[in-house]
Design a protein around this ligand. Structure first.
Ligand code: FAD
Length: 451
């Protein structure tokens, strides 16, 4: 690389929100470089959704065997942690090389190092200055700082996915989706003591309270110590392990454990970028972007978790990147990003899934609606797999029959929620959904009975 080499576009961050933009521009004949300080692939493919769900696939086997025990399935299963991590690596280890090879084929220059703006058209990487007409920033998110003593002893979700051995006594700080999913993985993999410490009155604050209540009961029945209104005050070294002190309504309590995992949330990863030098404004929620994904410097775009835009989910990053790429190549604000109903899933067992408005949000908007809420453990699709917890809550607008929100717990929720998202995006009413003929028996076929 020559000092001051110039590009049409430099993409900062080789994850979901960045890679597509680089490819689009290269396909249009632009001279493009991508830079990342970590192996190429980003959070989802290497340190988030994909690896996590490979571990969940293994623990699903445990759940399946337990649920059908005494129903004809005799064998009981257990998890060999090191093999499970090796299985995950069979996917993640190959990914950065595959992405780089794809970039090379597309004529994209792949750079490694931390990028930092030195001006409106320049960045510095490994002491070298690179110039570009345009930049696209997709630097993702990082775990937030907790500002508590002993914070440096926390294990991140990234480290958790690489643990060579199964933790025996593990504490999760926070009760969001990462904590709940990883706690379920740990317990089914055979960890002796698993504790989740959530500061608020319930975990998973963005999900329906009734369904979270059902999940909380299932979590406790699994043997996880789920503590709410438990604010972590400090972490101390205790021999080879740790002591976690937390405040509860009953006073201060401590837990001894082998591992403490950070699961309190993630914030935009932008503090090392020196955005001021580029004239790119940002706030607490990330880089300020227009509906066209353009930053306050018109030559610079941003997308994904680092931007002050849609929810921090992989498909949202990909979609925002696509819109940024279209406007970048068009040379004008041609395509506005819009957010259809976005489904999200907590991949615990049972899964919890949600799309659209919660009951509280629909009330706040002054909407008139019926709430269809039912526990479905007695339904055929739950009985067939021995699932003990399943339920749905669907909000149907009075008069129009529009689906305002869908909230599900149980087997199949991760796919059923996509059907609700599709139906809501297409404006299908409850009556239209009832009229659709789904393959039977399938989880999809349940949805016409939910509306
Ligand atoms: C444990 C976990 C589980 C998750 N599970 C799900 C899930 O099930 N479903 C879902 O939809 N979402 C999930 N997410 C969220 C999802 O992973 C993110 O929303 C998505 O990956 C964001 O993509 P991105 O391109 O914006 O950022 P990232 O994929 O994080 O990419 C940012 C890249 O920028 C690089 N970078 C940062 N700063 C610099 C710099 N200064 N110079 C050079 N490079 C830099 C980083 O190294 C990184 O590779 C999960 C996240 C975590 C942590």
């Amino acid at each position: 690389m020559n000092e001051n080499e110039s590009f049409d576009l430099i993409v900062i961050g080789a994850g979901t929100g960045g890679n597509g933009v680089a490819r689009m521009a290269a396909a249009a004949g632009w001279k493009v470089a991508v830079v990342d300080s970590l192996p190429y692939g980003g959070t989802c493919a290497l340190r988030g959704c994909d690896p996590k769900k490979m571990l969940i696939a293994v623990t699903e086997g445990v759940d399946w065997a337990r649920n059908l025990n005494g129903k004809g399935l005799e064998a009981q299963t257990s998890v060999k942690w090191s093999d499970m991590i090796a299985f995950k690596r069979s996917f993640t280890d190959a990914m950065p090389g595959r992405i780089e090879a794809g970039f090379e084929k597309a004529g994209i220059v792949a750079l490694h190092g931390q990028a930092r703006f030195t001006g409106r058209e320049t960045i510095e990487v490994n002491g070298e200055t690179l110039r570009a007409r345009h930049f696209h920033i997709a630097t993702g998110a990082r775990p937030m700082y907790l500002n508590i003593p002993g914070e440096e002893m926390l294990t991140t979700s990234t480290d958790f996915l690489e643990l060579p051995d199964r933790p025996d006594r593990v504490v999760f700080v926070g009760g969001g989706f990462i904590a709940m999913e990883f706690a379920h993985i740990s317990k089914r993999a055979g960890a002796r003591e698993v504790t989740v410490l959530e500061m608020m009155e319930r975990p998973l604050g963005n999900f329906d309270p009734d369904l979270v209540g059902i999940l909380s009961e299932a979590t406790t029945n699994l043997g996880i110590d789920l503590r709410t209104e438990a604010k972590v005050l400090r972490i101390e070294k205790d021999g080879p392990g740790f002591t976690v002190t937390h405040e509860t309504p009953e006073g201060k309590q401590t837990i001894n454990c082998d591992l403490v995992v950070h699961a309190t949330g993630r914030v935009p990863n932008i503090e090392h970028l020196n955005l001021e030098a580029a004239g790119v404004e940002y706030g607490r929620n990330g880089i300020k972007v227009s509906p066209y994904m353009r930053t306050t410097n018109p030559a610079i775009f941003a997308a994904g978790d680092c931007a002050d835009s849609g929810p921090n989910l992989t498909p949202v990053s990909a979609n925002e990147g696509r819109i940024a790429g279209k406007n970048l190549l068009a040379g004008k604000d041609e395509r506005e990003v819009n957010y259809p109903p976005i489904p999200s899933v907590v991949f615990t067992l049972p899964q919890v899934a949600s799309v659209g408005l919660s009951v509280a949000a629909a009330r706040d908007k002054g909407l008139a609606f019926d709430t269809h809420f039912e526990k479905t453990a007695g339904w055929y699709s739950s009985l067939r797999v021995g699932a003990r917890c399943s339920a749905y809550k669907i909000l149907v607008e009075n008069g129009t029959g529009r689906i305002l929100g869908a909230h599900l717990i149980g087997p199949g929720a991760e796919e059923q929620i996509n059907l609700f998202a599709m139906a809501m995006g297409a404006g299908l009413t409850a009556n239209r959904i009832k009229g659709i003929i789904f393959a039977y028996p399938s989880y999809a076929s349940d949805i016409s009975s939910m509306v």
